[in-house]
Write a protein that binds this ligand. Structure first.
Ligand SMILES: CC(=O)SCCNC(=O)CCNC(=O)[C@H](O)C(C)(C)COP(=O)(O)OP(=O)(O)OC[C@H]1O[C@@H](n2cnc3c(N)ncnc32)[C@H](O)[C@@H]1OP(=O)(O)O
Ligand SMILES: O=C([O-])CC(=O)C(=O)O
Length: 470
């Protein structure tokens, strides 16, 4: 369906004049498939990168200090990442668009005539890959394409069914994702000797294939571990990606849950390139591992408690607090519980951030959803999330080491899932993992389109540092 021959010619000529690129970019709104739109966007990016390299190859972007080396490389500008940029004060922007911008501009469930009103993750995927807001028709076409590719091969179903129920769902998710590489178009093309300039095309095909299949992988794990859904992962060709995901998970009758999942998955999709999951997929992909392997590695990073698993940890922490001080706890009791958590040497999950220095706009988007949804507003856990979000910044702010005392997205996300009946907290990071592919995989496509090299930073031993800093 996506043979290279269907790619418009303009996309394949890297050195056409600038005017032509401008025309190509305007025509993206008329591209009928996402692949056509990406093919049209790529030459323009190649041209801009070429111009930057020609002019600024030796321009400094900042010094490297010992603190950077020892401090998890914070603040070092060392990666190219096209989908989004994170500002410490304003939060995430997807090709310059904030979450409220996206909520206004991206085609929503309502725009496609579906039940619900939230923006569709397909719209976000289109924006992340092309930098353009798609039309409702383009999103409808993408939804149909994803639905047509969503079914799992039976060998993967068997692999998932062979896992013990006690194996953490994230381990199952990463293992099944890696196994999908059996049918990787990129691996097959590479083995045949595809040219470097064409790498992006099978990378795109694998990426779309994986994004299409992740909901079914997740739902099968949910069914096996928690017994929800009907175990069949049937796909309705007339539904959007998340409409189908919600059905497979067994929540399809709840418009509220389906729409909440759309918002959740759209806003968790990308958080620039340096976070652990995104960076991992970029790093692994830079060795030309295919998208299934690269994203499997990303999921293993997402499974860490300081990153994506924090959404599970938040619920564990809330449960512990409710058991200790009850559901109707006073502000003073919560303050004391927070102080005790800090004193015990544990982190308060859902708070703090490596880059953000203000409340996470994704937290605000989820809070807005809760406030505007009558069936959620008065749920005890939702109320507690809001209550803690007012007290924790004060308590954490008293510590002189915590740089950001405000809530991040993980502080809010589990409460909505719980309120809609998904009480199995060890599945929450899997939902995050269905989402993060929207950002990580487009970056692999762009990295290959732009010919980025294998990532290989320099490391130093203590001895080497002592010598070089003498
Ligand atoms: C989708 C996401 O990944 S969002 C992040 C999800 N993770 C969490 O919510 C876990 C809780 N938060 C944290 O552990 C941290 O804030 C992180 C991992 C997110 C960021 O880490 P850093 O960039 O190192 O934060 P920061 O520079 O503020 O850390 C300084 C110190 O404050 C501590 N600190 C930071 N946040 C917290 C917190 N929420 N609770 C307790 N201590 C904290 C750090 O552990 C560190 O302590 P140390 O010097 O003894 O090692
Ligand atoms: O940006 C980060 O480091 C962590 C984060 O919020 C994300 O990946 O969504």
């Amino acid at each position: 369906m996506f043979a290279l021959t269907s790619v418009p010619r303009v996309a394949l000529r890297a050195s056409a004049p600038a005017k032509q690129w401008a025309a190509a970019s305007q025509s993206i709104r008329h591209a009928s498939t996402l692949k056509e739109a990406v093919a049209e966007a790529i030459p323009k990016k190649q041209e801009r990168l070429k111009a930057l390299k020609a002019k600024h190859s030796n321009t400094s972007l900042g010094d490297i200090k010992l603190d950077n080396l020892l401090g998890g490389m914070r603040g070092l500008k060392v990666m190219l990442w096209e989908g989004s940029v994170l500002d410490a004060e304003r939060g995430i922007a997807f090709h310059g668009k904030s979450i409220p911008d996206c909520e206004k501009e991206l085609p929503s469930a309502k725009d496609l005539g579906l039940k619900g009103k939230e923006m569709l993750p397909e719209s976000m995927l289109w924006l992340l890959l092309t930098g353009e807001v798609p039309t409702a028709d383009q999103v409808r076409g993408l939804s149909a394409e994803l639905a047509s590719k969503g079914k799992l091969p039976s060998y993967v179903e068997k692999i998932i069914d062979s896992f013990p129920k006690t194996l953490h769902p994230m381990t199952q998710f990463a293992a099944a994702t890696a196994a999908l590489n059996h049918d990787s178009a990129f691996s097959a093309a590479y083995t045949k000797g595809i040219k470097k300039a064409e790498y992006w095309s099978p990378t795109f095909d694998d990426s779309i294939d994986l994004i299409a299949k992740l909901p079914a992988v997740a739902a099968r794990i949910y069914y096996n571990v928690h017994g929800k859904g009907d175990g069949k992962q049937a796909i309705d060709p007339n539904l959007d990606l998340i409409g189908n995901f919600s059905n497979m998970l067994g929540y399809g009758d709840s418009v509220g849950m389906t729409d909440f999942l759309r918002l959740y998955i759209a806003i968790h999709g990308d958080h620039e390139g340096g976070n652990v999951s995104a960076h991992t997929s970029h790093l692994v992909g830079s060795a030309l591992s295919d998208p299934f392997l690269s994203y499997s590695a990303a999921l293993l990073g997402l499974a860490g408690p300081l990153h994506g698993l924090a959404n599970q940890e938040v619920l564990v922490w809330f449960k512990g607090m409710q058991e200790s001080i009850g559901q109707e706890a006073s502000d003073q009791q919560i303050e004391k519980y927070l102080e005790d958590t800090l004193a015990s040497g544990r982190v308060v999950p859902g708070y703090g951030h490596a880059v953000l220095r203000q409340p996470d706009p994704r937290f605000s988007a989820l809070s807005r959803f809760y406030e505007q949804t009558p069936e959620l507003r008065d749920q005890p856990l939702v109320k507690m999330v809001q209550q803690v979000s007012k007290i924790a910044p004060v308590v954490l702010g008293r510590s002189n080491k915590i740089k950001n005392p405000f809530p991040n997205v993980d502080a809010a996300s589990g409460a909505g899932l719980t309120a809609y009946g998904m009480t199995e907290m060890n599945f929450y990071t899997v939902v995050f993992g269905v989402s993060r592919a929207l950002g990580a995989l487009p970056n692999l496509v762009m990295a290959r389109a732009l010919g980025l090299p294998i990532e290989r930073p320099k490391s130093m031993s203590i001895e080497a540092l002592e010598k070089s800093l003498k």
